[in-house]
Write a protein that binds this ligand. Sequence first.
Ligand SMILES: [Zn+2]
Length: 300
Amino acid sequence: MPRAAAALMTLAMVAPAAAQQAAPVPLPPLKPLELRLDHHDVPLPPIRPPRPGEEAVQAPASQAAEPVPPAAEPVPPAAEAAPPQPSACRLALAAKAAIMPLPPISGPGECGAVDLVRLEGLVLADWSRVILNPPATLRCEMALAVVDWLREDVAATAAAMGARLTAVENYDSYACRGRNRVAGAKISEHGKGNAIDIRAFHLADGRRIEWTDLAVAKPPRESLKASACARFTTVLGPGSDGYHEGHIHVDLAERRGGYRMCQWNVLDLTDLIPLPRPRPTEAPQPVPAAETEEEGPAAE
Ligand SMILES: [Zn+2]
């Protein structure tokens, strides 16, 4: 082969490679860089011209950096619209009482409660109705305790008086306030939906029985006191603190050591007549000193 021809062939063989190197190399897509710009805390790499062969590596990266369609984002409408499941307490309550679920209350201060209900009435074992007048706003567990007490004990007390229980007067239930409505006092159990004040009940024959009325026979009021003190951790009535001469307060306060308060002097008119001998007292058990300091006087 002549030298010139061989040189030409050599040139022809290397020409594609030389031409490839000399050809303008396309810039990589800018998308990865744009995406990085969104993350201000990530330092940006220096921009350098790409080398041959890098494009093949960068291409998948560039594809991977494409914005991912938000396929998994939307929440199925069914899951979003599903109402919260009622608590076991509320299910138990709904079987024997007329209730309306209420939204939770939070504040002001320490006041508030979850799983609140408006208790409007209940049905007795014989399916007769008892109205709570006005309806009471209570924590579900407290409402359940009140309903069970009224159904099982208070209704029996009424029946022993000769007529069916038809209504109970609610004097106060949920209320964000200090004990005994004293501003600045420790928060009342009423501020947690954990207490109710009751004044009287009504019977099917039209009688209205005030629980603190000295003219009402003692035995039924004694049974009301006994059943209340068996079911609730706090019972305050006449003789407790001067704030409960006209109604009975019951609550489910939790105290250190399971301490309970049962302070209700069931008196009648004969107790007001001075007797020559000291009459048996129904004064409450003395409150331990430590408990007095922490809880203060019986006060709701
Ligand atoms: Zn009260």
